[in-house]
Design a protein around this ligand. Structure first.
Ligand code: 89Y
Length: 343
């Protein structure tokens, strides 16, 4: 049998169940332990996924197990202490998005992993969605010439709080939970951002944070990118969890519509349709199937990087640029002012 790389998972909530199933799609990974401060959740997760050991205390996990890497899929405030614990134990670490609640904490996490000599990745999966990869390929192939403007839209009325009630308790909700993905996607598609202007709204009275954000980014290559995210949208067609896009270039445009249909229009050549459906997995929740398939690809990319096969895309170092945009977006909305990036 090939050598198995040992993984421990910390956090056994809603999202972890799918992330664990996604890990089980990859050859060479053995999940040796799961951990959750709620020991019943840890026990149930271990038995559901056939994992031998389970813990309620991460310190005990690090003392008893010798994982090659840990995947942290826990609440946002717990990310930093757990990443520091993994670094102290000399274990490579993957952490769920958003990395942390403020920029200094993010930078400290990255510095601690560097100092300890452990690899640190962020599980940022939206850029791995099949239609997003296809759009990026079309841009890179020069099909629309030089992109100059784009609109990335995620406007939904899907009841996200039913499966993830903690989201309703976040003081900062939609940009930190969802906007972070679309901001990262804009960087994936167009490169880094130079500046951001943002306005937010709170429409749903029964949650704590903002549930609408409109963000205008000036990318370093000159692309103007408008990102709109909303969980207050009551539209004819519910499109959760799809990001719709219009990308315009000097020689044409790319439009990503509902259900992964891309229209590529090239000047003088008319339009053609490209269907970019994601792979289907039996364990995926049908409401989240697009994201769940991207979790497999995100894990595969990180695992390949951890095992020296290739470089990884979503390093924590790279993700600092996405997180800076998240925090600048909030600051921009508070000050009603466009703000420049520093990274
Ligand atoms: O938590 C979020 C995520 O990462 O993708 C969609 C989501 O589940 C709700 O916004």
């Amino acid at each position: 049998m090939d050598k198995q790389t040992k993984l421990a998972v910390i956090g056994c909530g809603f999202w972890a169940q799918y992330q664990i199933s996604a890990w089980k799609e990859l050859h060479g990974v053995e999940i040796v332990a799961v951990c959750d401060s709620d020991h019943i959740k840890a026990e149930k997760t271990a038995s559901r996924h056939g994992v031998k050991n389970h813990y309620a205390d991460p310190a005990k996990l690090f003392a008893n197990e010798t994982p090659d890497f840990v995947d942290i899929i826990s609440s946002i405030p717990s990310h930093a202490p757990l990443v520091h614990q993994a670094a102290a134990a000399g274990v490579d670490v993957i952490c769920q998005k958003p990395m942390a609640e403020d920029f200094d904490t993010c930078k400290e996490m990255v510095a601690a992993c560097k100092k300890a000599g452990v690899s640190f990745f962020i599980h940022e999966n939206f850029r791995w969605q099949t239609p997003v990869r296809t759009c990026k390929q079309l841009i890179d192939d020069g099909k629309i010439g030089k992109p100059f403007k784009a609109r990335l839209t995620f406007c939904s009325g899907f009841p996200v709080f039913d499966n993830q009630p903690a989201l309703a308790e976040l003081d900062r909700f939609i940009i930190s939970d969802l906007g972070v993905h679309i901001l990262d996607m804009s960087r994936f598609l167009f490169g880094d951002a130079a500046a951001i202007y943002c306005q937010t709204q709170k429409i749903n009275p029964s949650i704590k944070g903002e549930d609408v954000a409109n963000m205008l980014l000036t990318m370093k290559n000159g692309v103007n990118c408008f990102i709109e995210v909303s969980y207050a949208s009551k539209l004819e067609q519910e499109t959760f969890p799809q990001t719709l896009m219009l990308i315009e270039g000097t020689e044409g445009s790319i439009r990503l519509d509902f259900n992964h249909t891309i229209t590529l229009t090239r000047s003088g050549q008319g339009s053609k349709k490209i269907q970019a459906d994601p792979p289907q997995y039996p364990w995926a929740d049908p409401d989240y199937a697009l994201i769940h398939s991207s979790v497999v690809d995100c894990n595969r990319n990180i695992f390949g990087a951890l095992t020296g096969k290739h470089s990884g895309e979503t390093t924590a170092d790279d993700n600092l640029k996405t997180m800076e945009l998240v925090f600048l977006a909030y600051e921009s909305a508070e000050k009603n002012q466009a703000l420049s990036t520093s990274l």
